[in-house]
Write a protein of this length. Structure first.
Length: 281
């Protein structure tokens, strides 16, 4: 049943046969060298084989790893993963600071079992159409089958420029006339109201595949001011992903709220109607 559902979720992503592989610190240096300087999202510690090995790779027993899709020995796309080991009781517990991931070394965790896989950077390595879709699809299947109790979430930048009479978002920066005077809930509500416009590129990538908005991290990059990251959560059930993806394609304005976590909706329910000029729930 699952492959058919995934075919619906990833419509139009037919690609030549691609194999999912895990790249660890013990992988061939020439394979790791393919990744050097190729991270389109985060440049930190991506400048040499040694730095990638120390900070971004590990393997099954480490808190960092990398998955890629390949055909005939050529890598077409790679995605970096940070593993959490602390309990995840609410979306707020999902990892929220990418700078902490990028600047610390990969750690040996032994037999400890992760509670979440955080996808913090995906990179296209060739121009093969659909490779990114295939990578996320195969990684989702791998995690669902081998780590059934693990949460699969992204830590993605909110960065699409947009200007309105209410606020401006420009490369992680949200500017509101009285932003610094606003509380965390207000700030989250402004960010969520922007996502409801369906203008953010990264949002389209993940919600178009069925992920939901689990949480918004206001200091997710720890660089500059008001740098915002989003946890997009992938349910392990492919049927739910298909329903969510269809809902996202059809959603207009406030409909997006149905694709946000209950915790985030509840947290912002008082201020969001004021921003959007809609009735309170």
């Amino acid at each position: 049943m699952r492959p058919n559902i995934f075919k619906q979720v990833f419509q139009g992503s037919a690609t030549p046969s691609l194999e999912l592989i895990e790249i660890t610190r013990d992988s061939r240096p020439e394979l790791i060298a393919t990744l050097v300087g190729r991270d389109a999202v985060h440049k930190t510690n991506n400048d040499s084989v040694e730095n990638i090995q120390k900070h971004r790779l590990g393997g099954a027993a480490f808190n960092r790893t990398c998955f890629a899709v390949q055909s005939e020995g050529e890598l077409h796309g790679a995605i970096y993963v940070h593993k959490q080991y602390t309990p995840i009781k609410t979306p707020a517990d999902l990892c929220g600071n990418v700078r902490d991931i990028l600047e610390t070394k990969s750690t040996f965790m032994g037999d400890a079992q992760p509670t979440s896989f955080i996808l913090y950077s995906i990179t296209r390595l060739t121009q093969m159409k659909g490779a990114g879709d295939a990578l996320i699809r195969q990684l989702h299947a791998h995690v669902s089958e081998n780590y059934p109790n693990v949460f699969l979430s992204t830590l993605s930048p909110l960065r699409q420029p947009v200007e309105t009479d209410k606020y401006c978002i420009d490369d992680h920066l949200i500017t509101v006339h009285d932003w610094d005077e606003r509380c965390v809930v207000d700030q989250k509500a402004f960010a969520l109201s922007f996502l409801m416009m369906k203008m953010e590129g990264v949002q389209g990538v993940h919600m178009g595949k069925g992920a939901i908005i689990a949480d918004i991290k206001l200091d997710g990059d720890s660089v500059g001011k008001h740098r915002i990251m989003v946890n997009y959560f992938y349910n392990s059930d492919a049927g739910i992903l298909a329903e969510n993806a269809a809902g996202f394609r059809a959603a207009k304005g406030g409909d997006i709220l149905e694709l946000a976590s209950g915790e985030l909706r509840q947290e912002t329910q008082n201020i969001l109607p004021q921003i959007l000029n809609i009735p309170r729930p």
